[in-house]
Design a protein around this ligand. Structure first.
Ligand code: HSE
Length: 371
């Protein structure tokens, strides 16, 4: 029976992965073993089957014995363990949520509703390293796959509205702590019907600018504000998050002629769903109804939201999408710049399609390939 090792299953992406695997009854047909960096001998997650106690995630001899290793532990662990396993001549499959190996020539970025043929070809040619993509890129490709498949995109600009979860679990908590700090100073005025919005705003602004406001994770207020910077500066002037748009899109699609992708990435006060506003330069003038059909045909999770207020408010927001696999695409219309310019808006849960779901699915694809 195949032996599958899971590392980093307790963190945010790992626990969403475990939840999805339980929901889909994936703990079947292989022997799962769970690893830890801090609790050797402890109890693993609920899988519906008997599992051994937690093993040491740095024990190379133990790891060497596995056919497949799935890790959500993060780049540092990957960088410490993966090269050593390779040096030892390990021949197993490595499935990784971190970015450590994403741009390696010997790895494939996985998003099977979009690049199943690239994954299958990789398996046939002996690739053994499969890495989840950047969440913003994966969600953009889930939304616009129909246009890429039909080769309609000359270039693409994505302006993002990224949720706190993309920065990590502590950041999500800090966002809520910021909301609490704001409600603490405004509660009295909010309960006074005679108070004005200007008075309340003065209290909110005073709190945002106070030294006591909790910003240790984000470095700035996010609640009642936004942060137009994600990750570190690159030589190009892009942030690394913006740089990934072009690099990862073209690697995932394995395009002969790369499609330019660029834009600004902005952190906003959503919890776990990223949103993106697209400006798309089409390769030719295509009627809007044909473009809509293509987008709808991209995959079974895309849902077109009519360009109407009621539908948009109901279906095209982080609040509506959080915790679901749906990828709504709306606000579709041609821009004033000309008939070859399309705009669209999309939302997706960055912990599901943006992180855990492609890993869950590629694990199943590899198990099926090996059976
Ligand atoms: N880097 C992304 C973000 C999340 O900061 O939102 C992970 O892909």
């Amino acid at each position: 029976m195949l032996r599958v090792g899971f590392i980093g299953w307790r963190g945010m992406v790992g626990s969403v992965l475990m939840e999805r695997m339980r929901e889909e009854n994936d703990f079947n047909g292989f022997e799962p073993v769970f690893f830890t960096t801090s609790n050797i001998g402890g109890k693993g997650p609920e899988t519906g089957m008997d599992i051994p106690s937690l093993k040491d995630a740095y024990n190379m001899e133990l790891l060497f014995d596995f056919d497949i290793i799935v890790t959500c532990q993060g780049s540092d662990h990957t960088k410490s363990v993966y090269p050593e396993l390779q040096n030892m001549g390990w021949n197993g499959f490595w499935i990784d949520s971190s970015s450590a190996l994403r741009m390696d020539d010997e790895s494939i970025i996985v998003l099977d509703p979009v690049n199943r043929s690239v994954i299958d070809e990789g398996l046939r040619s002996g690739i053994k390293t499969f890495v989840g993509g950047n969440c913003t890129v994966s969600l953009m490709l889930m939304a616009l796959n129909g246009l890429f498949k039909n080769k309609c995109i000359e270039w693409l600009s994505s302006m993002t509205y990224q949720a706190a979860s993309g920065a990590g679990a502590n950041n999500m908590k800090e966002l809520v702590a910021q909301m609490i700090a704001i409600s603490d100073v405004t509660r009295e005025k909010m309960n006074d019907l005679a108070s004005t919005a200007i008075e309340i705003d003065a209290l909110v602004t005073g709190q945002l600018q106070s030294l006591a406001f909790p910003v240790s994770q984000f470095g700035a207020p996010l609640a009642a504000s936004l942060i137009p910077w994600i990750d570190r500066l690159m030589d190009s002037g892009q942030t690394r998050e913006e740089w990934k748009g072009y690099a990862e899109t073209n690697k995932i699609l394995n395009l002969e002629k790369p499609v330019p992708v660029d834009g600004l990435c902005v952190r906003i006060g959503a919890m776990r769903s990223h949103s993106q506003a697209f400006t798309i330069k089409l390769t030719r003038d295509i009627p809007l109804n044909e473009l809509t059909d293509m987008i709808q045909g991209g995959n079974e999770w895309v849902r077109i939201v009519p360009n109407e207020r009621e539908a948009t408010l109901k279906e095209l927001t982080p609040a509506a999408v959080n915790g679901t696999l749906q990828v709504p695409v709306g606000r579709l219309r041609k821009l004033m710049m000309g008939p070859e310019y399309l705009t669209a808006f999309s939302v997706g849960d960055q912990l599901l399609w943006g992180a855990a779901e492609p890993l869950r699915r590629v694990l199943n694809i590899i198990i099926e390939y090996l059976s």
